[in-house]
Write a protein that binds this ligand. Structure first.
Ligand code: FES
Length: 167
């Protein structure tokens, strides 16, 4: 069936490219990690369909592939959220209570060990230093920096972003 729109066509092109790469690696040794990296580059995460495809091509059971994916923190099984929150846990931020900021984010977004909210709106990542230590504690949402934070400020910022999403 012909693709319905440009987005769908782009998705099919990405899939064909990834599939060609998997097939090229058939019977190759030590290809699992590069293939998983390629899947993540292609999709932004590792979808179930990619795991099934890799499993068939290289003859490794899907359960074993999931084992590898969950072992390495570089791999994600869920797509990234629409808004990426980078919360700093570097030294300057840490001494200025970044732990409280992280807790506030997790509680406001109902993140229970997950990085991404169930509605796919936010992904929270802890990072080492955002390079603006004088504003610590700091977080970035997409390209916007928010500094001198406290839990209350985090609540307000998230409220604002959630509001923008519902506009
Ligand atoms: S330690 Fe947080 S911005 Fe540098």
């Amino acid at each position: 069936m012909a693709p319905k729109n440009a987005k769908q066509k782009q998705g099919m092109d990405r899939f064909s490219k990834f599939k060609a790469e998997v097939l090229k690696s058939r019977d190759g040794k030590g290809v699992l990690i590069p293939l998983l990296q390629s899947a993540q580059e292609t999709y932004g995460y590792i979808p179930e369909s990619a795991i099934n495809l890799i499993s068939k091509a290289v003859g490794i059971p899907t359960a074993d592939i999931y084992g590898v994916v969950t072992f390495y923190s570089q791999f994600r099984l869920k797509p990234m959220g629409k808004n990426i929150i980078k919360v700093c846990d570097g030294t300057a931020c840490h001494v200025n209570s970044s732990t409280g900021i992280i807790r506030a984010l997790e509680s406001e977004l109902n993140l229970d060990g997950d990085e991404t909210t169930d509605d796919g709106l936010f992904t929270v990542q802890k990072v080492a230093c955002l390079g603006c230590c004088s504003l610590s504690p700091v977080l970035m949402i997409n390209d916007e920096t928010h500094g001198r934070l406290n839990p209350k400020k985090v609540q307000q910022i998230l409220k604002e972003y959630k509001g923008r999403e519902s506009e």
